[in-house]
Design a binder for this molecule. Structure first.
Ligand code: ATR
Length: 284
């Protein structure tokens, strides 16, 4: 009886953020539900920080299958959960909650999403890759953590505020000892050593921005250039990289794959990547 009831229940999921109106996740997930014929619905929830605890209670009471969590709640939500996964613990932030047997488990699919998108879109041998991470904020930590767990050869972190790069390198160094911080002033001479550079800063994010976190002469032809910034228009960094003959990797894939991983956890089904990707592109 219980089993049957479960099968008949709709899958309710959503995203908690503040503000959250910009989130593209509903279009991706609702398109995925439709294409697989699943009775599911994904909704945005604008949750004030002081109401976060109540919102988590609602997830339990209303039998949500799970929620995504975005700015500014990714760290604060942890204290309301029953458990978190190793990834979430290492990253120090949760972007996905799974409601399972009455328990709320927090995980983080940002780093996994990034690495999957990289593997799908770019010909790269991660075990031999020497990675340069630009930035030392939340996105940098998620990505560097997953790259370290995926066994990359070495990770270099640089940042406008160098102390933050040093701190992140210390944290990631516990997973991959071959991790170090480098001041931006020393970057130019070292660019030839890297396999891939990943921009995790917000430089280039504002619409019509012509800013690049690195000038063109920092981009040798062999370098793979990856930019988390997802602009319908290619970012200035990727434009410069393409002109130099570099392979480029944009930020849309990460968005799709982090959502796809959450979809897999909530439904137990293989996410329809192409459907999610198309829905996202159309909404940009
Ligand atoms: P996110 O969660 O998206 O990573 P964040 O934690 O606020 O956001 O981190 C933003 C990153 O972008 C930081 O590394 C920040 O550098 P600082 O630590 O020096 O602040 C970087 N960043 C933001 N604006 C920048 C700019 N104009 N030039 C260089 N780096 C910038």
């Amino acid at each position: 009886m219980e089993q049957q009831q479960k099968a008949e229940e709709s899958i309710l999921v959503g995203v908690f953020g503040y503000p959250v109106h910009h989130s593209k996740s509903p279009v991706m997930h609702n398109a995925a539900f439709r294409s697989l014929g699943i009775d599911g619905y994904y909704q945005r929830f604008n949750i004030l920080p002081e109401k976060l605890g109540d919102a988590v209670k609602a997830v339990r009471m209303l039998q949500f299958r799970g929620v995504n969590v975005t700015i500014p709640h990714k760290v604060a939500i942890i204290k309301y959960l029953d458990d978190i996964t190793r990834e979430a613990e290492l990253i120090g932030a949760v972007n996905t909650i799974v409601h399972e047997d009455g328990r709320l488990i927090g995980t983080n699919t940002d780093g996994i999403g990034y690495v999957q998108s990289l593997r799908e879109e770019i010909d790269i041998d991660l075990n031999r890759a020497h990675v340069l991470v630009l930035g030392a904020g939340g996105a940098a930590r998620a990505i560097a953590t997953q790259l370290a767990l995926s066994g990359v050869h070495a990770i270099c972190i640089t940042n406008r505020t160098f102390e933050k790069a040093e701190e992140l390198a210390r944290v990631i160094g516990k997973i991959q000892p071959n991790t170090y911080a480098l001041p931006m002033s020393e970057l130019f001479a070292r660019m030839k050593d890297f396999t891939i550079v990943i921009n995790t800063t917000s430089v280039g994010m504002s619409p019509n921005s012509d800013e690049s976190p690195l000038p063109a002469d920092y981009l040798p032809e062999h370098l793979i250039v990856s930019d988390l910034v997802y602009n319908p228009r290619q970012t200035r960094l990727l434009q410069l990289a393409e002109k130099r003959g570099c392979q480029v990797h944009g930020g849309i894939g990460m968005l799709v794959y982090q959502g796809a991983e959450a979809f897999r956890l909530w439904t137990g089904m293989e996410p329809p990547i192409a459907v999610m990707w198309d829905a996202l592109l159309q909404s940009l």
